[in-house]
Ligand binder design. Structure first.
Ligand SMILES: [Zn+2]
Length: 289
């Protein structure tokens, strides 16, 4: 190759490079934490309106098994994108293998302390920088609640570093107040990591059905009007929703009728009917029965 053609080749190469966008150096450390998450690491969280939740609560069958998120909820529910615990941990490790979190406070037993709202404050340290985060179990209880709380804390603290900030923007920062990006369909909830109301509704539905079944069986064993009265006032006070269920009311009314018929039976002394009338003017007794 001559010097001239070499120079021409270099010139052409420079020109071609200049036309290309500058090669992006792969982000590392804290900058990497701000990089958007790939679609396969983004999960879907249903965010129903209050009306949709109430509809499904009132009638479990008003919901559908959602093909997007797998939960049971109203067919028109909007979904929010969120990053799950595993994907977030993966990213934190990529940013800083030595990342760490610790609770702000400990109980006397040495476990992370919850605040009066059942939430927890943590310190998240990435690349030597520490920021605070707060999370809760979103209504869950038991061992899962602890894991849920930790995941929620980490997402919240990582968000302070800019992790998945675009998703928080969609679900959180532009929530209730912003009607420009979705109008009436803007999902209302502020925290995209709340537990699903559908799950709660389903649990409540199942519990209600079980209670109704149990109380109907109980009603069928009641043997007197007094017992039925006492039972009913107790049920109204303690399980109003069950007492108002039409199946329970029907069972109660049915039992009341059955007991009333029993009470009217002549063999029952307390409410025995009056004795047969005396003979009529023809000396005949009224034939009963
Ligand atoms: Zn869904």
């Amino acid at each position: 190759m001559t010097e001239q053609t070499n120079a021409a080749a270099i010139k052409a190469l420079c020109k071609a490079q200049a036309a290309m966008p500058p090669a992006k150096t792969a982000a590392t450390g804290l900058a990497l934490l701000r990089e958007p998450f790939p679609p396969h690491q983004i999960s879907k969280l249903p965010k129903p309106t209050k009306q949709q939740t109430d509809d499904v609560k009132a009638n479990f069958k008003a919901g559908i098994r959602c093909k997007v998120c797998g939960a049971w909820h109203h067919k028109d529910v909007v979904h929010l994108d969120y990053v799950g615990h595993a994907a977030l941990t993966d990213r934190l490790l990529d940013c800083d293998p030595a990342w760490n979190w610790e609770p702000m406070a400990l109980t006397p037993a040495g476990t992370p302390a919850l605040d009066a709202n059942g939430g927890m404050w943590i310190k998240l340290t990435v690349c030597g920088l520490t920021r605070l985060g707060y999370g809760d179990a979103g209504g869950k209880t038991g061992g899962d609640a602890v894991k849920e709380t930790i995941g929620d804390c980490l997402r919240n603290a990582a968000m302070r570093f800019g992790a998945a900030l675009d998703l928080w923007h969609k679900g959180d920062l532009h929530g209730d107040d912003d009607t420009g990006n979705g109008g009436a369909h803007t999902p209302p909830p502020p925290d995209p990591f709340d537990p699903t109301p559908e799950e709660k509704a389903r649990e409540e539905y199942n519990l209600h059905e079980a209670n109704v079944d149990r109380e109907i069986r109980k009603i069928e064993t009641i043997t007197s009007m007094d017992e039925l009265k006492a039972y009913w006032s107790g049920l109204l006070k303690e399980q109003t929703a069950v007492a108002n269920d039409e199946r329970i009311i029907a069972a109660k009314d049915g039992r009341k009728r059955a007991l009333g018929i029993q009470a009217a039976d002549p063999q029952n002394e307390r409410s025995a009917p009056p004795p047969p009338a005396g003979p009529d003017e023809n000396g005949q007794y009224e034939v009963r029965g």
